[in-house]
Design a protein around this ligand. Structure first.
Ligand SMILES: [Zn+2]
Ligand SMILES: [Zn+2]
Length: 133
């Protein structure tokens, strides 16, 4: 939780609840997921508060926004480099935890200095696979 010490916003109970929800959450929640969960405790909280808090956390580098899912944005508190697997059926996103690197073959850099990669793997998760058979 200390990693969110300096978020540059007043630490209201609502905001702390959002931070707590995100902390060590590897499910890549959407704004709606977060809002639905926090509203149980804080029924008066507005969606705007959730957006503002997420935006600030993102600006401070505590949160990564994933745009893998074309329909909804997902948020990832794990800002270290890692890749994702996405289920094409239920849109579930999971982390690829093992570290590995994919390199552009030498001579095909087009003189770019490559500084980052974002790799997504698409497939069918075990739950959907079971459902299908
Ligand atoms: Zn699935
Ligand atoms: Zn992730």
């Amino acid at each position: 939780m200390n990693k969110y010490k300096d978020i540059g916003l007043k630490r209201t109970p609502q905001r702390l609840a959002i931070i707590e929800y995100l902390y060590d959450n590897f499910d890549h929640p959407t704004v709606d997921d977060i809002y639905a969960d926090i509203r149980v405790k804080f029924p008066t909280m507005s969606l705007a508060t959730v957006y503002k808090t997420l935006e600030t956390l993102k600006e401070k580098g505590y949160l990564k926004e994933l745009t893998i899912d074309k329909e909804r944005k997902h948020f990832d508190p794990d800002t270290t480099r890692h890749y994702h697997l996405i289920c094409i059926k239920c849109k579930k996103i999971v982390d690829v935890n093992k570290e590995f690197s994919i390199k552009i073959p030498i001579g095909d850099h087009n003189n770019f200095e490559v500084i980052d990669t974002n790799i997504e793997f698409y497939g069918i998760c075990p739950v959907c696979k079971k459902r299908r058979t």
